[in-house]
Ligand binder design. Sequence first.
Ligand SMILES: Cc1cc2nc3c(=O)[nH]c(=O)nc-3n(C[C@H](O)[C@H](O)[C@H](O)COP(=O)(O)OP(=O)(O)OC[C@H]3O[C@@H](n4cnc5c(N)ncnc54)[C@H](O)[C@@H]3O)c2cc1C
Length: 406
Amino acid sequence: MTQPLSIAIIGAGLSGLCLALALHQEQIPCVIYETRAEPLDIGGAIMLSPNALRILDQLGVYERLQPLGYNFDHLYFRTETDQLLDTFEFGGKDKFGYSGMRVYRFELIKVLLAMLSEVGIAPQYGKKFSHVVSEDESSVTWAFDDGSSSSASLLVGADGIHSRVRSYLHPDVSPTFTKMVGVSASVPTSQLGVGKDYTLPVTIMNRKHGAFIAAPQRKDGSEMFIGKQCPFTEDLDRAGWDRVLNDKQWCIDFLRKGQEDYPPIVASAVSRLEMDKINLWPFYVIPKLASWMSSKGRVVILGDAAHAIPPTAGQGVNQAFEDVYTFSRVMARFQRSLKGVASMVLRRWQEKRQLRVDGVLALNATINKRRLPSALEDPMAAEGFDLGWLYNIEYEEFVEEITGSA
Ligand SMILES: Cc1cc2nc3c(=O)[nH]c(=O)nc-3n(C[C@H](O)[C@H](O)[C@H](O)COP(=O)(O)OP(=O)(O)OC[C@H]3O[C@@H](n4cnc5c(N)ncnc54)[C@H](O)[C@@H]3O)c2cc1C
């Protein structure tokens, strides 16, 4: 049976907006529903690596983003006595096709929204997905919190780490707090008092107080993101985290604590902090999921809803974009014959995507090991990472391997 494919997306975050654009490029109609009343600006920048930039280039987003982002090729790791410990590639035009980019999350959201608006797609705000009502071989019906309901041939949950769509597939899974938080701020780069030769973005390791990060942002690098990660024993609900974030003095004290045990750049960085430039990120994870889709194949999750990735290798949003793009390419191949074969193909898509996510998790573990106090004793023990597998992915081959024999 052939039928026109219609896709409903829950969540207008980075995954949901990018998915809508990718589906539009494949001429697949879609609608987006977002619980918030308007696009959310949580502040802060994200780091985009070549695997995601290649996708954004394919979608026409990259050329609009490039004038807004700060380009860099390496992340540097230094000891508490300011010795270079380790270098991690995050991009490189010759080797990977693109330099890495730091760009404000909200700038990217604005670019995606503008491009969607140009093709007549507007997210419906103030629509909170509640639950799936029914699902059969050809469609799915769901309800919103306001009592209304809707149907489509596929429902995609791009609703983040605390996904409600996921609870339809996995009622027993809930995110686990890793007992780590990141507190960040932005300051003028000149405040750090470092010369042009100082290696940036930098993570300064410290056994007692945790890692301190400084990363330039804005096109010209005139602003510096600074942040510290540290253990935080108490798990809180959303209101609790908002209370911590709104306790700006706590955040400032947290950023300043132990500054004398780091190189002087840290004391300079935290010397003047503006309350409205402070952010908090509690790190949550979810267990590896057996399935990213319902048994009838009409409900799918992707992005943070399917696999929240700790920030170590900076791949959270980059992997979400990989999900989105490969999903749209796979759907394009099967939009004429969604029934039956699609769930088999989607399962293969999930398996191959999970392999990539597993690779990133293994990379995170290797990086963490290299940042242990024992590694601080012997900086020279660090060997270079080979990241070609991560950054030089061939998407058409990836999709061909999924759909080729279906
Ligand atoms: C402070 C911070 C800094 C980060 N920095 C980086 C970084 O530098 N690099 C990186 O790779 N990753 C970073 N991440 C992680 C990255 O932000 C996530 O991987 C990415 O945002 C996931 O996108 P998503 O669209 O899947 O989920 P989200 O961005 O969480 O979006 C989900 C959307 O769904 C909506 N929603 C939720 N429930 C419902 C519902 N029931 N009905 C309708 N809509 C709903 C939400 O309001 C939201 O708009 C950071 C995260 C945080 C919090």
